[in-house]
Design a protein around this ligand. Structure first.
Ligand code: PEP
Ligand code: CO
Length: 440
């Protein structure tokens, strides 16, 4: 399912042959340490923050965009660490999130039918025949962009990323627009005080105490490409997907007898499994059994994305099913993909044109229910998954500044799904923190 209609099979084989011969992007050691951290998160000892673009684009492989993405993830993780008292595992949807599943093979505009845009690894978003024709050379460009992105991330992590820990450096102008301004200010002040106390005690700056790790992830979609980067490594058993730490199985490709499940069953990486309202509990149990027959802890992360209006009806039975099958899983809530809607703004720039968006209130409502349902069932929500940008985009509505449909056209940049912007993402982290907070 979801494989591109490449026009020239020989060229695809040549490109994949080259990718096979190039160095891996991540190591098996990093992958196994992430897996053991997932096992800890499933026991409640850590919390996961998984976020980034819906579709990364080659054009946004730029220093500022990458720095801003790390910055928002780091700031959110500090807010969550402070509230939960747990170390946060930071995972980006980056350095390889270049392929997208699509519900239709073709897109029709004004009577013209072209291939749907399937991510920058496959074709380009512009609506021209040339841009939309799948081009295997893009796979090489994607491999290179992933390496460039990861190289810069590793460099930032090793130095130069220091001052971002302190809330004095954060952009908090938006806070005053919220009815919760006083509470947000108290939370942020407490984080600053906590950091200063720790630094005084240790006699060093916080960034010198502990390395800030970021792990990478992307949807495991283009199987030939994933396979070209799947290797054996010295002194370890099994096959490792060395293009990313954490591949996930998308909601559209999780058929039990499908090729994606078959591929993923053969690799050692931890695997994310998206679960939506159309999945039957029995099918999810079968996928867990197939991917994790030995019931290894940290191997499976169930990422549920039911939508604010369906989670209450769907999640409890899934939790019961997993508990009775005794599959060890880490639960994460993706409050984005079940809450997408199409609106036609009636005023502002771009009015009259249909646009995909999500409401901040729906995203929050799904998350709040997720925490409650897991707690009521004696289960544990071990993390959150967001589509977000470190930039001032206008793709989701709501939040402290109350973005409206008529604001969407101002800075609508995503090529696929709408993301929380910098302010909305930080606000969401503060709201999640209120819920998981020890101090509530
Ligand atoms: C995504 O994460 O961008 C995505 C397509 O999600 P899902 O498979 O859950 O719809
Ligand atoms: Co998406």
């Amino acid at each position: 399912m979801q494989q591109p209609a490449w026009p020239d099979a020989e060229e695809v084989a040549r490109v994949l042959g080259e990718i096979k011969s190039l160095p891996p992007l991540v190591t098996s050691g990093e992958i196994s340490s992430l897996k053991s951290q997932f096992a800890q998160a499933a026991r409640g000892e850590r919390f996961v923050l998984h976020g980034g673009d819906c579709a990364e684009s080659f054009d946004s492989c730029r220093p500022n965009a990458i720095t801003n993405q790390l910055k928002i993830l780091l700031q959110m993780s500090l807010v969550l660490t402070h509230a939960s008292g747990k170390r946060v595992i930071r995972i980006g949807r980056f350095a390889g999130q270049y392929a997208k599943p699509r519900s239709a093979e073709h897109e029709v505009r004004g009577g013209v039918s072209l291939h749907s845009y399937r991510g920058d690894n496959v074709n380009r978003p512009e609506f021209t025949a040339e841009a939309r024709t799948p081009n295997p050379q893009l796979l090489l460009r994607g491999y290179e962009r992933s390496a460039l992105t990861l190289n810069f991330i590793r460099a930032l992590v090793d130095g130069g990323f220091a001052d971002l820990h302190h809330p004095e450096q954060w952009n908090l102008d938006w806070v005053s627009h919220s009815p919760l301004a006083a509470e947000y200010t108290r939370m942020v002040d407490a984080i600053g005080q906590g950091l200063r106390f720790m630094e005084t005690l240790a006699g060093v700056q916080v960034h010198q105490m502990q390395r800030v790790d970021f792990y990478t992830s992307h949807e495991c979609l283009l199987l030939d490409l994933e396979e070209a980067q799947t290797r054996e490594v010295p002194r370890r058993t099994g096959w490792w997907n060395l293009s990313t730490h954490f591949p996930w199985l998308g909601a559209r490709t999780s058929q039990i007898d499908g090729a994606h499940a078959e591929y993923l069953r053969g690799i050692e990486n931890p695997i994310g499994v998206k679960v939506g309202p159309d999945h039957h509990v029995q099918d999810v149990l079968s996928i867990c059994e197939l991917l994790n027959p030995t019931r290894e802890e940290g191997r499976i992360v169930l990422i549920h994305r039911f939508g604010a209006h369906q989670i209450a009806a769907k999640l409890p039975a899934l939790i019961d099913g997993i508990a009775s099958a005794q599959c060890p899983v880490l639960w994460i809530c993706d409050p984005m993909h079940g809450n997408t809607e199409t609106v036609i703004p009636q005023s502002g720039a771009g009015s009259g044109v249909a646009i995909k968006t999500r409401k901040f209130a729906h995203i929050l409502a799904e998350l709040e229910q997720a925490f409650e349902i897991h707690a009521a069932k004696g289960s544990l929500l071990g993390g959150v998954h967001f589509e977000l940008s470190g930039e001032d985009v206008s793709e989701c509505t709501g939040g402290a500044r109350g973005l409206a449909d008529s604001d969407l056209a101002r800075a609508y940049q995503t090529t696929v799904d709408p993301r929380l912007n910098y302010e909305q993402a930080l606000e969401m982290a503060l709201l999640v923190a209120r819920r998981v907070g020890r101090h509530r």
